[in-house]
Design a protein around this ligand. Sequence first.
Ligand code: NAP
Ligand code: SF4
Length: 675
Amino acid sequence: MTAYPHLLAPLDLGFTTLKNRVLMGSMHTGLEETKDWDRVAMFYGERAAGDVALIVTGGMAPNREGGVFPGAAGLFTPEDIANHRIVTDRVHENGGKIAMQILHAGRYAYGPECVSASPVKSPISPFPPRELDEDGIEKQIADIATAAARAKQAGYDGVEVMGSEGYFLNQFLVTHTNKRTDRWGGSYENRMRLPVEVVRRVRAAVGPEFIVIYRLSMIDLVPNGSTWDEVVMLAKAVEQAGATIINTGIGWHEARIPTIATSVPRRAFTWVTKKLMGEVSIPVITSNRINTPEVAEEVLSEGCSDMVSMARPFLADPDFVKKAAEGRGAEIAPCIACNQACLDHTFSGKLTSCLVNPRACHEKEIVVATAAQTKTIAVVGAGPAGVMAALTAAERGHAVTLFDKAGTVGGQMNMAKQVPGKEEFHGLVAWFETMIDRAGITLRLEEVATVDGLTGFDEIIIATGVQPRDPEISGQDGSNVLSYIDVLRDGAEVGKKVAIVGAGGIGFDVAQFLAHAGESPTENLDEWREIWGVGDPSRTPGGLAANGPQPELAARQITLLQRKAEKVGKRLGKTTGWIHRAELKMLGVEMRGGVNYEAIEAGGILVSSGEAHAAPTVIEADTIVLCAGQVPDRGLADALEAAGRTVHVIGGADVAAELDAKRAINQGVRLAASL
Ligand code: NAP
Ligand code: SF4
C-alpha cells in the first residue's frame, strides 16, 4: 500500500492515460538555445525515466516577436522539427510523455519588436509594445496554431498554451493592459476572445487526440486583474474551445508579491485552484511551492485539483515520482525553492542548474560513473561541499569516511534553517543525513581530523569551510558585541535595539531572524497572506487584498549597515533580493550604505559617512552583531600540505568570497565525480 494513493493514481484523458498525477511544469533552462539536442534529450529523458506522468518543456516562441528574448528557441523550420524529434523520441523511449509549451511573451518579450493588445509598457521591460491591428492579431493566432501543428509533427504528446503570468494572452484579458475598443477589447467577452480563439485554432490544428493544456491565470496579483467570475468564465470557454486540461498560473511576472520563493508557504495557492474544481469537467492542475510527495498527496486528497504541477523539484531530483512510488520518499533531493541556480541563472542569461543537484542540465558533462579503481577517501567537513563530495564519491563505489568536529551534518545550513523563511533547509539537512546513512559512508562526528589521523587514505578532501572575518573595529571586544554564529547557532541574548555590521546574505539573515517574533509567516499561510496583501479574487480583482499589505510588528529596532555606497542588498539573488529587501522594509529595518565603522561604544556604534569620514553619529544599539563576511578555514589543509600530503580543497575552505551553497555543492560533486 503506497503512502501516496492519490498522487500515483492514473488519469484517463479518454484518448490517452497519464500514469500518475504529476506534471513536470515548464521551466526555461536555456538548453534548447545551446543547440545541443542530445543534451536537451538527456535532460528530459532522465526525467521521463523517473516516471513523471507528463513533462512540459520550457516556453517555445511561436514567432520572432513573441520570443521572451531575441533568439529564443522555437519551432520554426523543418530542421527545428527534426531537432525536437530527438527529444520526444528519448522521452518516449523512457516511457514518458511530453508536451511543448507555446509561449508568446507579448509585451514581456525583451526586444523592440514586441506586440500586445495596447501600447502599455510593462514595468519590467524597457520596450513599449506595438498595438496589434486585426491582421496582426490573426497572424499571432495563426502562428500559435502552426507551432502546435509542428509540435505534433515533432512527436510531442501535446502542447501547453501559456495564458498566464502576464504573458501575451493574459495581456488581452485585463483592462490594465487592454485598452482596445474593437472586438478584442472592452467587455470581458471581447477581452477573452483571443485566448479562446487560440485554443479553438490550436485544437483544429492538432485534431482530437492530442493533449492541449491551457495555463490560466487564477490570481493575477496585479491591480485591475481578473475577477473570479471572469476566471471561471474563461475556464469554461477554454474547455468548450477544446482544451484537455487547465493548468494554474499564479501572479504576473511584474507582481510585487512573491509566488515561488522559499519564504512563500508550501502550497500557498492551492486554495485558488480548488475554487475552480467542479466549475469545469476537464482535469485541473494546481501549482506553486509543492515540493514533496506528502504535500502533493495532501493537495490532491483535499480535492484542490486533479493533478499537481512541480517544476523545480525535477531539477533537484529527476526520480521524484519513482522514489515516492518505491517508498523511498526520504531519498528525494528536496528543492529548497532558493532560485539560486535555476531562475537566477535564467535571468542572468546562464544555463539553468540546481543548487542541490549540479547535474541538472549538465547531465552530459557531470557523469557519476562507477570508479574504475575504488579508493579510500577522507572528507573533512560535513557542510554542503563535504557532504555532496562524500555522497558522490560513495555513489561511485569509493569507501568514504566523513569527519566533522560538530555533532551534526549540514554545516552553515544549520544556521540558515533557523531563519524565518528558510525552513526548507531543515529538509535539505535531513536529506543529507538520510543519504549519508544509505550510502554506507562512515560518519565520524564530533571528531577533529588531524594530519596523523588522516594517514592511510588514498584521497583527502578538505571541506572545512569558513571562519568569520575580523572587521577590526575598535571596541568590538565589548560585551555588547556578538557574531552571527552567537546569534544564529548559539541563541545568544540580543537586545531590543540592534545594529548589524555587514549587509551580505548573512547580515540579511540575521536581520530577518531578529526582526521576527513568534511563528514564521512561512509556516502560517493566513498570516503570510495578510502580510503580503494576498486577498481573494472573488472579493477583489486580481486577488490583491483591499487593505493592502499588513506588515507584522517587528520584534526589534534594527539598523543594517554596509560600507559600500550602493543600495543595501543589491548583490542578493537576482530573483529573490527584492523579496528580502521588501520583507526587511516591512519590518522597519533601516538600511544604510556608505558608512565607516569608527568605533563600537557602550551605547551603540559610531559611524561616519564616505571618504571624508563626515558627520560622525552614534547609531544607538544594545547589541551589535558582526556579519562582516567570511574567510577560508584552511588550517588543516595547510598543515597537511606542509607534511607533504596532497589534498583537494573545496567550498569555503577553498574560496570564501562570494561563497554560497551552490558553488560549494557544485565543486564537491564535480571533484568527486573525477576521483
Ligand atoms: P557577504 O555576502 O560577502 O557579505 C559580507 C558583508 O560584510 C558585506 O556587506 C560587506 O560589505 C561586509 N564586509 C566585508 N568586509 C568587511 C570588513 N572588513 N568590515 C566590515 N564589514 C565588512 O558574506 P556573508 O554575509 O558572510 O555571506 C556569506 C555567503 O553566504 C555569501 O556569499 C552569501 O551570498 C551566502 N549567503 C547567501 C544567502 C542567501 O540568501 N542566498 C544567505 C546567507 C548567506 P561592505 O564591504 O560594503 O561593508
Ligand atoms: Fe530548487 Fe534552488 Fe534547485 Fe532551483 S536551485 S531547483 S530553487 S533547489
